[in-house]
Design a protein. Sequence first.
Length: 154
Amino acid sequence: MTEVRNMYPLFSDEYYMQLALYEAEAAANAGEIPVGAVITCRQRIIAKTRNQTEQLTDVTAHAEVLAITAAADYLGSKYLKDCTLYVTLEPCVMCAGALYWSQIGRIVFGASDEKRGYSLLSQNVLHPKTTVKKGILEPEITQLLKNFFQRLRT
């Protein structure tokens, strides 16, 4: 498990991404592809999830989709306009579509997904009002992903 880092200011993108990274590590420890997600609304955490496709035997149980469901349930609304998604890996096209329909206000992701990321298709997959920031804690996230896939190959 990654050590707790107190060097990140509370409510910063790095702070929330660190929480998503903890979720990704938990996913890896459970044999899932290590992707974690946190959704905040007005600096309050309203959802924390990780990939659960193996556990639930459900190809749609990506961290982002589970986080959208949890956040919508918490807010009692299908729209997440005032929310930010922090996710360790760039969302795939399926997740980007779900994020589009949720009208999420902001997406912050750590590592780009050069094989399945939504940006391979188009930047226009997301809602036009959604803003995106990438590269937060990218080195740590990339290393976690590399370690996970190396363990699978050995």
